[in-house]
Write a protein that binds this ligand. Sequence first.
Ligand code: SAH
Length: 278
Amino acid sequence: MTNNNLFFETLNLLRYYNIRLGKKKGQHFIVNSSLLKREIEYSELTPSDTVLEIGAGLGALTLALAEKAKRVFAIEKDQNLLSVLKDKFSSFNNIEIISGDALKLEFPPVQKIVSNIPYSISSPLTFKILSSRYEKAILTYQLEFAERLIANPGSKNYGRITVGVYYKAEAKLLETIPRTAFYPPPKVESAIIMLKPKPPPFEILNEEVFFEVVRFLFMHPNKKAKHGIKSYIKNKKNKYFKFTKMESFPEIFEKRVRNLTPEEIKEIANILIALENS
Ligand code: SAH
């Protein structure tokens, strides 16, 4: 399927198009064809699938996706890379190159999302994917970030994004990837994560409030929950909505944020909703 000489092809393309890689742009191109093959296998593409790729780069993954799927939408922001992609895929009628910032564009409706993503936008991009419609996503992240997606409460990688993922998706780390699978090699290892939407694990009275509470709590993960709760209330600017309304402090408010399970955060959000409406 894909070129075994992906490494040389990548160097040649960069040279031919005279592309200089900016260190800050987070551009690391896949040069390992067996990894590419496994990403395609994990995606379980069928001929009826439409796929979204975010940050298509030089189009190695794009091509592999287009060989299996009905249609591929490939978003890329860099003008130089867009020229490469347009030349390379001009004769493909099932690849649509979308020029722009993946965080600002509206995603096209797709079944699958498969990407070696730009690491610099891992967090906002993940939240965007979580709230979009898809059936399965196969995404390559920096290993440390990938670990945040599947962390347990109390562990050092547990955070806002963990709770977001836990609420919206089934997440699995499929494999870790050595730095040399990409050119130029990134500073750290990468990992492939699979996301699949799932029904909410618990009932929350108001999703918006829940995610706001999560945001305020994790501004200070090492502090007690009551600090984050206070700033959440303060931010509300509802003068009737005060701590003093509470007869006694629920014990849960005394726990350190990083130790709260998503279910406990749900309890806190529900207490705040009840308080605000009382
Ligand atoms: N998927 C390719 C390239 C990965 S590098 C491969 O595996 O070889 C990440 C790519 O995302 C780069 O091409 C970079 O230019 C692009 N990119 C960075 N920020 C972006 C954004 N906000 N929107 C869309 N593409 C972006």
